[in-house]
Design a binder for this molecule. Sequence first.
Ligand SMILES: [Zn+2]
Length: 304
Amino acid sequence: MTHSKLATYVSHSPNHSGKRNHKIDTLTPHYMDGNLSIETCAAIFRPTSRRASSNYGIGSDGRIGVYVEEENRAWTSGSSANDNRAITFECANLSGGKLTDACWNSLVKLCADICKRYGYKGVYYCGRADYSKLPSGYMLLTMHKWFQSTDCPGPWLSKQFSNLAKDVNAYLGSGKTPTIAPANNTHGGKLSVDGHCGFNTVLDMQHQLGTYEDGVVSGQWVGHRQHIWAIESVTWEGSGSQMVKALQKRVGASVDGLWGRETSTKLQKYLIKRGYSCGDAGADGYFGHCSVKALQRCLNDAKL
Ligand SMILES: [Zn+2]
């Protein structure tokens, strides 16, 4: 019997398959398509004739209920493969599928709590159920409508998955209650200026450079590591990155997709010229915490 301490209500549904056949590495938020209380949702999942359930329900008041314990596979997403590896949530919604701030904040905190308890650094969203690019130590966010003919998680929540990843990862990093209400675009939140170029900072770079948004600087050359040592969301197979190519074009560096000394120097010059100080060392070709802070301020001003 494993569930989050954030839950204040337990009402077990008989509708599940028992123990999972896969480790938990996925989170699947659904919408109720109605503003149901967690008690009403529990009552819907109670009859065996219903043949549906979820691990958790979250009400518009922000209260969290447990219907299926985390070790068991719930019947939520119309996919055995997904539900064997995912913890699933049913979220109450207002008109247009919108979640209240209280419901959203509880969803963020519950996702963060699950990450912590299962030893994950954060959550990752790439717009499809593709585990091949999942950075190690992250959980994947998936949507019900990828597996079944449904509009779930609805018109509003479907557009908030990037924000959800951002808020959960920010919450895990800072331990602070999320205070940013989700925006209507996919990149409404501000970055915290912490000097660490992780998932969210890379996601904003990709957004402002107009390249594919997955929160990772992929394909870098490990020999350049010292020149990009504060870039934390990075993979090293050496084939280059479209985002880095776009960045190199923007700052006037040679375009090969591999971020090294020249790209770091040119980007530092670009930032300094626009009033974002990279610290005492200036444009030294080593992209450290001071340079990342300058980059984060620049991204928050949407000036990259
Ligand atoms: Zn659903």
